[in-house]
Structure formats: structure tokens, C-alpha cells
Write a protein that binds this ligand. Sequence first.
Ligand code: NAP
Length: 365
Amino acid sequence: MKKVGIVGWRGMVGSVLMDRFKIEGDHKKFKSYLFSTSLKGEKAPDIENTHETVLDSESLEELSEMDFIITCQGGDYTKAIHPKLRNAGWKGIWIDAASAKRMDEEAIIVLDPLNRDQIEKGLNSGIKDFIGGNCTVSLMLMGLSGLFKEGLIEWMSSMTYQAASGAGAKNMLELLDQMQFISNEYDNNKNAAALLVEKEIQAKINSSAFPQNNFGYPLALSLLPWIDTKVESGQSREEWKAQVEANKILGTDKTIPIDGTCVRVGALRCHSQAFTIKLKKSVDIETIESLIREGNEWVEFVENEKETTLSKLTPAHVSGTLKIPVGRVRKMTLGDQFLNAFSIGDQLLWGAAEPLRRTLLMAIE
Ligand code: NAP
């Protein structure tokens, strides 16, 4: 039985990955070895076919025993461990949620509903590094796969509304701390006039007592229109990833330009995106709708009506599921070749854990 080392299994992505393994009965297909820095040497959780002790995620010796390593630990871990393992001669398959190796020439960004051929070809030709895409990129491609496959998109803009959990466990918990802080403040001012309540709460949000060690700024009752570091173009790195990663996944000969503004919002889980799409030619709206609908089995087409939109095109409806609802689909007043659309996806599932899980199974098979 193949040995699979799992690193970062107690983080946000790792926990969702472990859930998916369990739901799909995947643990029967391989022997799991859990690795951690903080829990090394402790008894592993009681999971089918899993080694009884947690191993040391920094031990090259223990990691080298694995046929596959799947890591959700983050980019710093990848940068520290991957080169050492390869230099020590490890020839196993590395599957990673972090961005560190995505744009390496010898690595494939995995999203099998769109690039299964690329992954299979890579596995057969000796590629060893398979990396999950950026969450908003994977969710955008999943939602609009019908249009991409048909080659209809000339360029597009994506404006994102990204959940707190996209920044990791500590950040998600900090959003809840911020909300609790606000809620306590509201309790103290419950009987005051609305504007006075607003002033009191606003003052507290901007005070040094407000919990913000991880985000660095208030997110609750606010938003943060910058994610990750700055790149030369003036984009944030999160914005830069949209074009480069999407085109790498699609294997395009001619780059499809994709740009927009990435914004962190106070949603707990699920990333949402508003798209402006320039089509290569005029296509009637019924054809566009059916292409989107048939893009893949996870797309849930939402009619452009108020009630269906508000009940189905929200993080509340999508969290914890593999659904990719796409709605608000209409021609824009900008012209017949301009399309508006809005999509949501669970960034921990299709945006992170699920493509990794499916790649591991493809590699094992
Ligand atoms: P995370 O939740 O911060 O977890 C990473 C590690 O942090 C854990 O494995 C754990 O390591 C440690 N940790 C510290 N405090 C923790 C706590 N309170 N609860 C759980 N774990 C805690 O990171 P993540 O969001 O899963 O992201 C992992 C990688 O996936 C990153 O490279 C990220 O960029 C990428 N990614 C994330 C998302 C997303 O939506 N979050 C989506 C796509 C890609 P030890 O057990 O060793 O202490």
C-alpha cells in the first residue's frame, strides 16, 4: 500500500482535506502518515489506515519514506523543505496547497475538471510537483469552465469578495473575535439612538483595543481591498495570480488577459467574484447560459432573478459544499459582447482541498 505523508492536516485546508478523505472513503486506498511541527511524537487521531504516531514535519528522514507528500502547511514550509528533500534524492510526488511552486516550469497547477489531460500527461512523463491553484482562480475557472472550453473569452475582469478563512485559521478566528468585541459594545449601548450606537462602535473599531494582530486592520463591519504583497504592476499578488495561473492551468497559446481588484470581506467561508467578460464574438444569452450550465457537474446555474439570487448565490448557501453557483448572467449595457456574471465557491473545497485530493487519487491509481 502506498505511503502518503500529510502535512498541515490541522489547518483550515488540511482539516477540510481530511474530511473529504473520510467522506469519500479514501483512507482505504493508502496508508496515511500525519506530520506536524507542533504535535510531533503525539498519538495520531484515530483514522482508518493511519500510522499511530504523529511524525516530525521537519524530519527529512521520515518524509523521505513517503511515496507521496500532500502539504497544506503553507509556503514557508514548502520553501524550507521541498528543495532539501529533492536535493537528498527524494523522487516521490509532492502535492501542495501553497503558492510557492505554482509558477515553476516543472510544476503543474492542478484543477482536473479543466486540465485532467495536463495532469495525466505530467504523471506519465515523470513530473513530480503538483500544486493546487490560487483559490479565486480555481473557483473562477470552475464557474466559467463552459465559456473557457468554448474559447469565447477575449478578456475578463474579476472583482473578488474573499472570506476571512482564506487567510488561514488564525485570521478566521480573529474575525470572530472582532465580531464578539463589537457585539459586546453593542450590548453596552443597546438603548441608545442608532447614530450614537454607530459612533460608539466606530470609535471602538478604530481603537488600539480592537483585536487585529493577524489582519492588521479591522475587517468586521469593514473590508480590506488589498490581499498579499505588492507586485511591480501595482497589482496585489493575489490580483497578479488571476492571469498567470488561469492561463497556465488552461495551457493557452495566447494569454487571456484577466485582471481586477481582490477584496477581503467579513464572510467566514467562501469566495465570491463579480465578472465582466468581453466575449470574442456576439453570442445569444440562451447559448451562454447553457454553456455555463454544462461547464461541469458542480456548476449550479442561478437564474437572474432576485429571489433565486438571494437564496442561492450567497456564501451562506454554498459553505461546506462543492457547488459552484453562477448567476447574475446578463448582457451588460456596455455592448453586446460584454457579459456580467457572479459566482461563489467554497475556497477550502474546490479552491484548495478538492483538487489536491483528486490529484492524489489520480497519482495513486
Ligand atoms: P492555516 O489554517 O493557517 O494552517 C496552517 C498551519 O498553521 C496548520 O497546519 C498548523 O500547523 C498551524 N496552526 C496554527 N494555529 C492553528 C489553529 N488555531 N488551527 C489550526 N492550525 C493552526 O493555513 P490554511 O489556510 O489551511 O492554508 C494552508 C496553505 O494553503 C497556505 O499556503 C495557503 O496559502 C493555502 N491555501 C489556503 C486557502 C484557504 O482558503 N485557507 C485556499 C487555497 C490555498 P501545525 O499543526 O504544524 O501547528
